[in-house]
Design a protein around this ligand. Sequence first.
Ligand SMILES: Nc1ncnc2c1ncn2[C@@H]1O[C@H](COP(=O)(O)OP(=O)(O)OP(=O)(O)O)[C@@H](O)[C@H]1O
Length: 353
Amino acid sequence: MDTIQVENLRKEFESVTAVDGVSFAVEEGEVFGLLGPNGAGKTTLINMLVTLLNPTDGSATVAGHDIVDERGAVRDSLGIVFQEPALDEELTGAENLAFHGRLYGMDAATRRARIDDVLDLVGLDAERDDPVSTYSGGMKRRLEIGRGLLHRPEVLFLDEPTVGLDARTRRDTWEYIQGLNDDSGVSIVLTTHYIEEAERLCDRVAIVDEGEIVAVDTPTTLKDDLGGDVVTMGVSGPVDGLLAELGDRPWVEEATRSDDSVRVVLERGETRIADLVRTADDVGVTIDAVEHHETSLEAVFLALTGSTIADAEGTADADTPDQPTAAASATDGEASDPGDTTRSEPAQPEGQS
Ligand SMILES: Nc1ncnc2c1ncn2[C@@H]1O[C@H](COP(=O)(O)OP(=O)(O)OP(=O)(O)O)[C@@H](O)[C@H]1O
């Protein structure tokens, strides 16, 4: 069964169409990623699904409930972790959760039991009575994820879950989210502009560009559809002969010439370098340089949209996790949290494998 169904959803602000009629479904229990540059419309899309914004047009259901006509039921069925941290630093971890439980109208006994469960799940039981101001960036993020799970939602929304975290904490958080999905079966929808996050974490990825979804599939299928890796060779000699030879090889998808180089599309390019060199040698072509580019979601994004995520954002380092984007620096204090380097960061919740 689909946990989320979206039909032609659209959101217009005064002069901007932030979401331009998108349709997709999220299956029960999957980790579904919305991958695209800052400004692509991901947050607006999520905000409509969690009933914070009304769509201009189209429709969607979350856990079977309509996002406009059944807002209360939709809200009860989901948890959300916003891009900007929203914890009370003065309160302890347990107190933050208790506050949230009261907002959801849980009685004291239910609240206590759920808080114990959630702290155990996110591996923060030992720190439950410490003020959140002493937590590392990763611990805060785990507490926020735990808070999103307190009322046992069917689907958890994570808006840019690792923006502002250092590289190690980012990887730990991926493992943690993966473990949570494996163990609890909760469906997870996350937005990201990090290629590696989408590749490593998501069962399926929707590529979002300028308010539209341009492709939805597993990372593997998206990459396979592109045709394979690319090997570029700097060449001199009878290049037409080389192209003809390569065209006869069953393992070559495509071979094209551009000035003094030949571009070959093929699967598992790293296993074919020797064959390529031998083929060139056989026809008397000299190779003076070889570059191998593995297929990545970045290449898929480029092929589908005509620009890289970094270019679309107008930044050179949009996919360099160690260097938060301007938006990340502005909204997340965790990256520079000195606790990050001193507190331990278990990759998995306690008691989970
Ligand atoms: N309340 C608003 N009023 C007017 N324009 C808006 C509003 N919210 C978003 N936009 C515009 O809609 C477009 C999509 O923004 P959105 O925040 O959804 O993108 P995003 O992909 O989530 O990027 P980010 O991760 O930076 O938030 C942008 O052009 C943005 O400026």
